[in-house]
Design a protein around this ligand. Structure first.
Ligand code: SF4
Length: 453
């Protein structure tokens, strides 16, 4: 039979009696997903492999997708033997290859374990998603994730397509020549981007993409990949909107939405600080017309002086993307050109000293983010740089390739578990907000959000 036993390198063994293991789910070569009685799902965090239990998982959130991983074999827990096995084929249908299945959870959830797998020979790199562990229990899928934001900002149930189309039509009449409005149409209708849809629905946060260029080369960049064998999930904006076009979109959104947020720095663009020549006058234009709304910038923060100018122009909040606060690991993932991690820290301090609301967009990968070294570095960073919020996000990148790259950049020990890390940070920094979305300024001083498993 096509299976091989593997050594469990982490905190594994039989789960405690009171914890029910989740039945494994796998896919056949056609992509059909099914459960595999007699086997339990296994979560992977670096080298650590753990059978997944009901206590370590939540019901698969609405809007999540199940993905199957080609060129890979699932690692599962044989309930009878109590051993971990790598399955080549379906033990109940000899000769039929099986593939691992993972969950791409809906926004607001951060994964705690990756679906466990081993690579077959010469595998293609995985596409730009995250691959959370998933199993089957009492008639439903369960996912190894925690919910970090309870706002239904990107809940697809609240984005009916006819309403989005009606919004698109109305905006066409209102700003017929605005190229940014036209670009957002394609984001909402072609790519199904929830932020784009929210703009046309008149809710929450409107995206303001502007930048065609970037000063980094992130391994998992969604909008530009060169010679990586990975395809982009979004098409980068191909023009720079004018300050007037940007201000028209932002002012319209702020004018009709209560607690509106408008955000530079989206998945469909480069780095907005490289487009400061249009963003700075756009912010001034918006602020010359209204003090309402939160003007936010999502950025890699590699240009502190430019960021200082945007702060002076009237920017309200800044969200800085990072996968790690250790310079070696940050630079091994972002591969910055013309800046370094010390510039990112200088940007954070600049925004804080100007009284701006500062978040980090913390790109998590269980097995890396929750190692002792990363946790210690994060604690030290938070003590030195009193930011207001952590947006716990999933890193959308091939996990094994990522762990390999990070392991080559800096030492990594065994992971403590994402839940343990999140609890640790919460205990050490009780005033720090946790979440997933950029909050409007009206919510900055609300009590911190709670994380539920
Ligand atoms: S900073 Fe953003 S746009 Fe630039 S390479 Fe990284 S992900 Fe891509």
């Amino acid at each position: 039979m096509g299976m091989k036993r593997v050594r469990a390198d982490g905190p594994t063994g039989r789960p405690a009696d009171e914890e029910r293991v989740l039945t494994a789910v796998v896919a056949d070569p056609t992509g059909r997903i099914f459960d595999l009685p007699g086997y339990a799902a296994v979560g992977m965090a670096g080298a650590a492999l753990t059978p997944l239990t009901s206590g370590q998982s939540i019901g698969l959130p609405f809007g999540s997708e199940l993905l199957y991983l080609p060129d890979r074999k699932p690692v599962l827990f044989n309930v009878e033997s109590g051993r971990l096995e790598v399955l080549e084929e379906n033990p109940h249908e000899p000769g039929e290859s099986v593939y691992p299945v993972a969950a791409f959870n809906s926004p607001g959830h951060v994964i705690t374990r990756v679906s466990a797998y081993r690579e077959r020979r010469r595998p293609q790199p995985l596409p730009l998603f995250c691959f959370g562990a998933v199993g089957w229990h009492r008639g439903r899928f369960r996912s190894a994730a925690v919910r970090v934001d309870f706002e239904p900002r990107q809940d697809l149930r609240r984005m009916p397509l006819p309403a989005v189309r009606a919004g698109v039509k109305a905006l066409r009449r209102r700003m017929p020549d605005n190229r940014l409005r036209l670009h957002l149409e394609s984001c909402a209708l072609h790519y199904g981007c929830p932020a784009g849809k929210n703009f046309f629905l008149g809710r929450y946060e409107a995206p303001l993409p502007t930048a065609v260029a970037c000063n980094a080369r992130c391994r998992g960049c969604l909008s530009l990949q060169q010679n990586s064998g990975v395809s982009c999930t979004q098409e980068r904006i191909a023009f720079t909107p004018s300050p007037e076009e940007i201000a028209a979109v932002a002012l319209f959104h702020i004018g009709r939405v209560k607690r509106a947020v408008v955000s530079f720095g989206q998945g469909c663009e480069g780095e907005p600080l490289t487009a400061a020549r249009v963003i700075e006058p756009a912010i001034r234009l918006i602020r010359s017309r209204t003090g309402r709304g939160t003007i936010n910038l999502n950025t890699n923060a590699g240009m502190p002086d430019v960021l200082g100018r945007l702060c002076a122009a009237g920017l309200d909040s800044v969200r800085v993307s990072m996968n790690s606060v250790r310079r070696e690991c940050y630079e091994a993932y972002f591969r910055p050109r013309g800046y370094g991690f010390p510039d990112v820290l200088r940007s954070i301090d600049t925004a804080l000293s100007r009284g701006k609301f500062v978040s980090i967009n913390y790109l998590n990968s269980p097995g890396f983010t929750d190692t002792e070294e990363e946790a210690a570095a994060l604690l030290a960073f938070l003590r030195r740089h009193p930011i207001h919020m952590i947006q716990w996000r999933n890193l959308n990148y091939d996990p094994i390739r990522y762990w390999r790259a990070m392991g080559a950049a800096a030492p990594l020990s065994a992971p403590m578990g994402m839940e343990v890390l999140i609890d640790l940070i919460r205990r050490e920094f009780p005033g720090l907000k946790f979440g997933y979305f950029n909050p409007p300024k009206e919510k900055w001083h609300k009590k911190r959000f709670t994380v539920h498993g």
